[in-house]
Design a protein around this ligand. Structure first.
Ligand code: GDP
Length: 300
């Protein structure tokens, strides 16, 4: 945990330092407020959220007569946590019910980190004593299935894959069937995310969803979002929410960006809780998302 926090803090340093500098000014003039606003926007908090947060912060500091930087920092932290709605349920639905495995559908654009995140989640679950099966429903690139299989053998999970260019829906169906037959706890299904063609993606993902649901309801549909793609990525993400019922977001590559504020935009724009954050390429570089902890790291 300490390692993850330090990794996150390191990546947020630019943002944190800039803000702390502003917060420690003893004189909060109009320029300073503007600079605070700019820092939040630069960190990808989003224009609307930033305005709201700064307006509330200004009002609070006025009412409270805030003078000290420490006080201001904690007021800002409170506003950021509040913007993340700390009351949301962020648990990943991976527990089997009555001996039937939980099914997690993993979606997102190519390169966002779907396969890696599947591997990391499997790792966490297996370390917790659960059994996991991976389904390689990204059948368009043989390398994608290979990569998932490599993760599978690394963390101790069986991988179900089809022949090259197989129907993704049929691989997903077979994976869940195999999971039921072998009584595993959780089936994680990795999908393809070709966004060139929205209709094609809708057809394909929609079909994967419908076919998997023949076995029973999907417990979790996790959208993988690359934090470094900023507001653009957010627009692409919206397409997925139109096709499948996204129940949670995993925000990846937060280790390489000072734009961690994207978490706030994601929740506001998509209305879906961020449940996990990816903090590196390694098997242990995944953490549950905790608003207070995250904001603390964000502010440096
Ligand atoms: P997919 O196409 O969505 O399945 O994406 P991949 O899982 O293949 O990931 C694409 C690249 O991003 C790979 O090189 C991963 O190692 C890398 N990656 C995934 N998650 C993270 C993360 O949290 N941090 C960093 N730095 N790299 C990541």
């Amino acid at each position: 945990l300490v390692r993850l926090r330090s990794r996150l803090s390191r990546s947020q340093n630019v943002f944190g330092k800039g803000l702390l500098g502003l917060l420690s000014r003893d004189h909060l003039d109009e320029d300073t407020w503007e600079e605070i606003e700019d820092s939040l926007i630069t960190a990808d908090v989003g224009v609307e959220s930033t305005r709201e947060i700064v307006d509330r912060l200004r009002e609070r500091t006025r009412v409270l007569g805030t003078r000290s930087a420490t006080e201001l920092r904690s007021l800002l932290a409170a506003e950021l946590v509040n913007a993340l709605d700390p009351t949301l349920d962020r648990s990943l639905k991976t527990a089997p019910k009555d001996g039937v495995p939980a099914v997690v559908l993993v979606v997102g654009v190519n390169g966002a980190g779907k396969t890696t995140t599947c591997g990391k989640i499997a790792r966490v679950l297996i370390a917790d004593g659960r059994t996991v099966l991976l389904g390689a429903a990204d059948t368009f690139r043989a390398a994608a299935a290979d990569q998932l299989e490599t993760w599978g053998s690394r963390v101790g999970a069986e991988t179900v894959r089809g022949p090259e260019a197989a129907d993704p829906a049929s691989v997903a169906f077979d994976a869940v069937k195999r999971g039921i037959d072998t009584v595993v706890d959780t089936v994680l299904i990795d999908t393809a995310g070709r966004l060139q063609n929205k209709v094609g993606l809708m057809d394909e993902l929609g079909k994967v969803k419908r076919v998997v649901e023949k076995h029973g309801p999907i417990d979790e549909t996790l959208l993988i979002l690359d934090a470094t793609t900023g507001q653009n990525g957010l627009e692409q993400a919206r397409v997925f929410t139109e096709v499948v019922n996204v129940t949670g977001v995993a925000l990846t590559k937060l280790d390489g960006t000072a734009k961690g504020g994207i978490v706030i935009s994601v929740q506001r724009k998509l209305g879906i809780p961020v449940k996990l954050v990816g903090l590196g390429e390694g098997p242990d570089d995944l953490a549950p998302f905790e608003p207070a902890q995250f904001v603390d790291a964000l502010l440096g």
